[in-house]
Write a protein that binds this ligand. Structure first.
Ligand code: C2E
Ligand code: CA
Ligand code: CA
Ligand code: CA
Length: 279
């Protein structure tokens, strides 16, 4: 019984340490990932609901870990935030996305907007605006072709400073959108002061759109709020034809989701853009 008790203890000890240990291993890997070229970007089209045309793409990071395989950003972005590694990683994303957008237009494709996600620590960092300007000048991408996605939570941390920073970006010509709208807690009066062009309805409200009266009410409210404020409204996570039809019938402007396309590598995205240009 004593032996068994010891084994049980070891078992629990191992279980308890599993997540901490895993985190340390991931963190160690994350430190080398940039130098080892383990990051890549996928691109997901943003589509105009009425015309069905691609008008932009969102860059989404992927990490190919040598032992763990593909690690989802849901797992490592928070870790990158905590450790501060998000600053160099975020810079890499900005630079790579801008270069890619420029490469597509150099290849003769019509310019699409490149959207890049910026997380809290990145947004708060003093030199964000400089970093964005640098990525634009290094790539030669016009500022109006870059969009930055931020969440309400980021902005509300320090409202005055956030609005100031967003205004600087807007003055450069960069557009801004609010990601995951409806999951945060920005007051409606604050929303009015954000220099943004688009609200993105969080995919959690889209997934049950066909069946949930509550989610329909939320989607309708966001669409009408956005339009009253002269904003475009994009629904993310659109997976079914029913969802698409509901959104179109209720005057939503844009969509993104598996129904149209999953996030894809640059070459595949380029093929889609070329097909559209030739249609
Ligand atoms: P997000 O910005 O809200 O991105 C949308 C997420 O939904 C992406 O997950 C995308 O692949 C996924 N998605 C797209 N269409 C559908 C759909 O129809 N159904 C469902 N179920 N999911 C869909 P992903 O790529 O795993 O990214 C997760 C989150 O990680 C992102 O959420 C974003 O917050 C963060 N992230 C991704 N890339 C970056 C990055 O380069 N920098 C920063 N700071 N954060 C990033
Ligand atoms: Ca996003
Ligand atoms: Ca989102
Ligand atoms: Ca999200």
């Amino acid at each position: 019984a004593k032996e068994q008790g010891k084994n049980v203890f070891q078992f629990y000890a191992r279980e308890m340490n599993a997540s901490v240990e895993e985190k340390l291993v991931l963190l160690e890997g994350l430190r080398n990932a940039l130098d080892c070229g383990q990051f890549s970007l996928l691109y997901q089209p943003k589509v105009d609901l009425r015309s069905g045309r691609i008008f932009g793409v969102e860059a989404l990071i992927r990490w190919q870990h040598p032992e763990h395989g593909m690690v989802s950003p849901a797992r490592f972005i928070a870790l990158a935030e905590e450790s501060g590694l998000i600053i160099p990683i975020g810079d890499w994303v900005l630079q790579t996305a801008c270069l890619q957008a420029r490469a597509w237009s150099d290849a003769g494709l019509p310019q699409v907007t490149m959207s890049v996600n910026v997380s809290p620590r990145q947004f708060e960092e003093k030199r964000l605006v400089e970093r964005v300007a640098q990525a634009l000048s290094d790539s030669g991408l016009p500022a109006h072709a870059l969009e930055i996605e931020v969440t309400e939570g980021i902005i509300m941390r320090d409202l005055a400073q956030s609005v100031g920073k967003m205004s600087e970006l807007k003055a450069m010509g960069v557009t801004l959108s609010i990601d995951d709208f409806g999951t945060g807690y920005s007051s409606l009066s604050a929303l009015k002061s954000f220099p943004i062009s688009t609200l993105k309805i969080d995919k959690s409200f889209v997934s049950d759109l066909a069946d949930s009266a509550d989610d329909q009410a939320i989607a309708l409210a966001v669409i009408s709020l956005g339009h009253r404020l002269n904003l475009r409204v994009l629904a993310e996570g659109v997976e079914t034809e029913q969802q698409r039809r509901f959104l179109l019938e209720n005057d939503c402007d844009e969509m993104q989701g598996y129904l149209f396309s999953r996030p894809v590598p640059a070459a595949e995205m380029q093929t889609m853009l070329l097909a559209q240009a030739q249609a």
